[in-house]
Ligand binder design. Structure first.
Ligand code: SF4
Length: 711
């Protein structure tokens, strides 16, 4: 797969789940990498956002890890790969002997390839544990859970292309694609709006997405500025409006009775749940006028094709599964699923978060979402792997973190930074620091998590490795490598292959990613029909069950992928966030990401172009709250929750609702995750990042509040 360095290689942007194709050229003299457009890339046709254009800036970065490191006397000492491997093997064997296989947890990475994640989860299962997970737990675990249970597949039902061409209404709920998925928003969703689609955005924050749809000479944009954590009440008010209208005016077909009859189950349960539902009380709970809710309901129900986009504003709640279920309810009762321009469409965060789940880097499923506690599925994978897989699902990543010192004593972390990404990160740091016996981290930079590791392994970056990634609309695409920049770094795949072979002799000796993909195809039915050759430059959208399958642009045309082929409707009731404002903490803190930064900032904060835009954290505060606290725009304030405090710059703006404050997780010393609540949704185990009770302190000493990427 290697190419002449003078020709740009065609690969995939390492940041978000849109999956834009980009070119990377290498400077002959300096080995510097440069971005080049890939004009006919299948997803983005050469367009690029600020992150994609700056992606190469981290590849040659001077902070790159270049040698294996072992912790010694509180610092790190450079060692040979041999020494690092020997230490890792001896510790993995010791933990297995002293604590059993569940004494270890394995964290895969949505920034790494399908092949690498496949090998990591295979390693964990060969070790004897299903305690392997990835950061989808922090972003869309609840979405995946609800979609799998009620429709069949934990992924976008449709594609960016068909949505742009066919959708008459875009219902964007708890997502900010203009910042998080910029090319999807500009190339597809905004184009749909320019072509006549109506946009209904539900978000407590007026953000770049709001502004991107303020199109001249149209009023086809509604922004429902909902109170954080009241999305079920809002959707129930919408559904009840539709039900009541249909009862009086069945000829308007706001409900698709044939679709409900033929293709769904559970409608009676939904009607029972909403029998005594009070729409006016719900509107008050949401902080939105009932007339606006009614208008949104009418627009959605009357659309020829209406598509729902769902983001982390929906998923990151203790009610995350029910939030998404209510979106599914709305789509199913109106028949808005199973054809172009419709469906439930989670906008996935990282460039390979979809693929990381697809290949089984989760504690409850094997590759292709085959349940680990399903005997038949397990046996079919075992017949290829040649060893027994533990039959009980393992702990999720936040549960693994919570169990450190009790039942978990070692961690293997590939390309993730849980000490920044976990909620209540101060408590997580304490557990990692005091109660872990052993941790190995493989990464490209010294992250906050790597600082606490016993062994740090220098991995190659996204541009230097080959393999496949799967974007938000299920498109599996090839990433093609340039030459390695630092001689003593290794590909994640090769590291895992070496450790697996040293531990178990066989089953891990692969000659490159294509060989791993060939094995993955054997155990992952939705990828079975793909090869590197057929992926070519266009990629393929799963499912591809058999060689020759061309993949599906949209799912469920004839039936759902559930046991009986029906879509599952279930009535759900409003559940307030676990923490609501009180006298001590009178505000609601909510969090989100910025266009120019990326999650824990490991790469984006080291990118000069990206960091220049937002070198430090800030908080949005409504003018009335600012007045009450006596806060001036630009003033440094302290935000405080029951779990910690951070200092940030106040940005006084009516973009946020009164009583709500909004900040970001990207900056180590002032990360929102020092404040967020680590309570989990019961079923999907996703933390409630989007709502915590908080307070602002104004009189603080700001003399030492500066921050660098290494903080
Ligand atoms: Fe990369 Fe996403 Fe931007 Fe595309 S939209 S260039 S995939 S960050």
């Amino acid at each position: 797969m290697s190419q002449n360095n003078n020709d740009p290689i065609k690969t995939i942007c390492p940041y978000c789940g849109v999956g834009c194709g980009i070119g990377v050229a290498t400077d002959d003299d300096s080995s510097e990498m440069h971005f080049r457009p890939w004009g006919d890339a299948p997803v983005n046709s050469g367009r690029i956002c600020i992150k994609g254009g700056a992606a190469t800036e981290v590849v040659n970065h001077e902070d790159r890890l270049t040698d294996p490191l072992i912790k010694e006397n509180g610092g790190f000492k450079k060692v040979s790969w041999e020494k690092a491997y020997e230490y890792i093997i001896s510790e993995l064997e010791r933990i297995h002997e002293e604590h059993g296989p569940d004494g270890m947890g394995f964290f895969g990475s949505s920034k790494t390839m399908n092949e690498e994640n496949y090998l990591l989860q295979k390693l964990a299962r060969r070790y004897g544990t299903n305690q392997v997970d990835n950061c989808t737990r922090m972003c869309h675990a609840s979405t995946v859970w609800a979609l799998r249970r009620s429709l069949g597949a934990g992924a976008m039902t449709n594609s960016m292309a068909d949505l742009a061409e066919e959708a008459d209404v875009l219902w964007i709920h708890g997502a900010n694609p203009a910042e998080q998925h910029p090319i999807a928003n500009s190339q597809y969703f905004r184009q749909a709006a320019l072509d006549g689609a109506t946009v209904i955005q539900v978000d407590p924050h007026a953000n770049k997405t709001t502004r991107s749809f303020e199109i001249e000479d149209t009023d086809r944009h509604m922004h429902l500025q909902v109170e954080p954590g009241t999305d079920i009440a809002l959707l129930n008010a919408v559904i009840k409006t539709i039900l009541e209208h249909h009862e009086k005016n069945p000829e308007d077909n706001w409900i698709d009775e044939d679709f409900i009859e033929d293709r769904t189950e559970g409608f009676e349960d939904l009607k029972r749940t909403l029998a005594d539902f009070d729409r006016e009380a719900a509107a008050e709970t949401c902080g939105i006028d009932l007339s606006d809710i009614e208008e949104a309901a009418e627009v959605y129900a009357q659309a020829g094709n209406a598509a729902i986009f769902t983001g982390m504003g929906m998923s990151q709640h203790t009610s995350g599964v029910d939030n998404v279920q209510n979106e599914i309810n709305l789509a199913l009762i109106t028949g808005n699923i199973g054809r172009p321009g419709t469906g439930i469409n989670p906008l996935r965060g990282q460039n390979n978060v979809q693929g990381t789940c697809d290949v089984g880097t989760m504690p409850n499923v094997l590759p292709g979402y085959q349940e680990v506690d399903d005997d038949e599925a397990r046996e079919s994978v075992e017949s290829v792997w040649g060893f027994d897989i533990p039959p009980e699902p393992g702990l999720t990543n936040v549960e693994i973190s919570h169990s450190i010192g009790d039942s978990v004593f070692g961690l293997y972390v590939m390309g993730e930074n849980p000490l920044m990404s976990e909620p209540d990160s101060n408590a997580a740091r304490q557990r990692f620091d005091e109660d872990l016996e052993f941790m190995v981290v493989q990464d490209i930079f010294m992250t906050e998590t790597a600082e606490l590791a016993d062994v740090v392994l220098p991995a190659t970056s996204w541009a230097e490795r080959g393999g496949t990634v799967t974007n938000t609309d299920r498109r599996v695409q090839l990433m093609r490598p340039v030459e390695k920049v630092y001689d003593n770094t290794k590909h994640d795949l090769d590291i895992l292959s070496e450790i697996g072979t040293r531990l178990f002799d066989d089953g891990f000796d692969f000659d490159g990613p294509e060989e791993v993909f060939e094995e993955l195809r054997e155990v992952c039915p939705i990828y079975h029909g793909m090869t590197y050759d057929t992926l070519s430059e266009e990629g393929l959208q799963w499912p591809c069950y058999e060689p020759g399958d061309e993949g599906d642009q949209y799912l469920y045309e004839k039936e759902f992928d559930t046991d009986n082929g029906k879509g599952y409707i279930e009535g759900v009731r409003h559940q307030p966030p676990a923490e609501t404002p009180d006298k001590e903490y009178p505000l609601i803190l909510t969090t989100a990401r910025l266009e120019e930064h990326y999650n824990t900032g490991t790469m984006s904060r080291r990118s000069p172009t990206l960091n220049r835009q937002h070198p430090e954290n800030f908080v949005d505060i409504h003018p009335k709250d600012a007045e009450r606290y006596g806060i001036e725009n630009g003033q440094t304030v302290q935000l405080r929750s029951r779990r910690g405090s951070i200092e940030v710059t106040a940005q006084v703006t009516d973009a946020i609702k009164e009583g709500v404050i909004w900040t970001t997780p990207h900056f180590a010393a002032s990360s929102a995750n020092r404040l967020t609540n680590d309570i989990l949704d019961d079923r999907a185990k996703i933390p409630e990042y989007k709502a915590a009770a908080a307070e602002i302190d104004v009189d603080i000493d700001t003399s030492s509040s500066t921050e660098t990427a290494d903080d």
